[in-house]
Ligand binder design. Structure first.
Ligand code: AP5
Ligand code: MG
Length: 215
């Protein structure tokens, strides 16, 4: 099956994705993670992407669509199915994804929209920390201010775009562009909504319950 996690910055997409791929064996495709790797590697794509990411805006559709098209045609993605995290984020991206999946005889089987009160988001994101090695996501409020990953011993860092000013711009981009995907997928009949204000474990229980009816 092919599943998408939709939600504002800090809604918990990455946190839930880690749990979902463990149980359901999907390939985790996070466009944010792919772009951050390109930035860290200093590739031309990374240099271009960093400009948009640091400003809290979206990377141009054609760049992101190209990355996704390349990844979803790899054998593991075709065999296991994909969990899309942070893609699509615009209507053109959603249309391109539908067309690309259809070329392989596939479709998006479910879109899970994780909804969180906007007031909670800035606090969550400015307290987020992440491991450079395994990608594990932490939060200062629950895990303390770690510098070394508890899973792999890698360096724990704060994302460049996790400042309060940039988070507010990312939220504006979500409202202006990405939130339009909620009515889009409601119309296409694949939308499920989950309350993301609950604990991570309870959010996961809700999502897994939906996925068991899909898969
Ligand atoms: P991306 O990396 O996708 O960032 P985002 O969408 O802003 O989402 P986040 O990763 O910030 O939040 P999340 O929902 O994953 O939350 P998390 O689980 O970490 O994109 C970054 C940038 O790349 C974009 O701004 C754009 O420039 C570019 N980009 C990416 N994809 C693109 C695309 N398709 N098109 C164009 N541009 C693109 O959780 C956050 C924190 O909250 C953590 O500390 C976590 O521990 C905590 N937390 C999680 N769940 C809970 C809970 N239930 N209760 C309490 N705390 C919780
Ligand atoms: Mg994320």
């Amino acid at each position: 099956m092919n599943i998408m996690l939709l939600g504002a910055p800090g809604a918990g997409k990455g946190t839930q994705a880690a749990r979902i791929v463990e149980e359901f064996g999907l390939v985790h495709l996070s466009t944010g993670d792919i772009l951050r790797k390109a930035v860290a590697d200093g590739t031309p794509l990374g240099v271009e992407a960093k400009r948009h990411m640091d400003a809290g805006g979206l990377v141009p559709d054609e760049v992101v669509i190209g990355l996704v098209q390349e990844r979803i045609t790899q054998p593991d993605a075709l065999e296991k199915g994909v969990l899309f995290d942070g893609f699509p984020r615009t209507i053109p991206q959603a249309e391109a994804l539908g067309a690309a999946l259809a070329e392989s005889g596939l479709k998006l089987d479910a879109v899970i929209s994780i909804e969180v009160d906007p007031e909670a988001i800035v606090a969550r994101i400015t307290a987020r920390r992440q491991c450079r090695g395994c990608g594990r996501i932490f939060n200062v409020a629950t895990d303390g201010d770690l510098t070394v990953c508890t899973e792999c011993g890698g360096e724990v860092y704060q994302r460049d775009d996790d400042t309060e000013a940039t988070v507010r711009k990312r939220l504006d981009a979500y409202e202006a562009q990405t939130s339009k995907l909620i009515p889009y997928y409601a119309e296409h009949g694949t939308l499920h909504t989950v309350d993301g204000n609950q604990s991570p474990a309870d959010v996961y229980t809700a999502i897994a319950g939906i996925l068991r009816t899909v898969g």
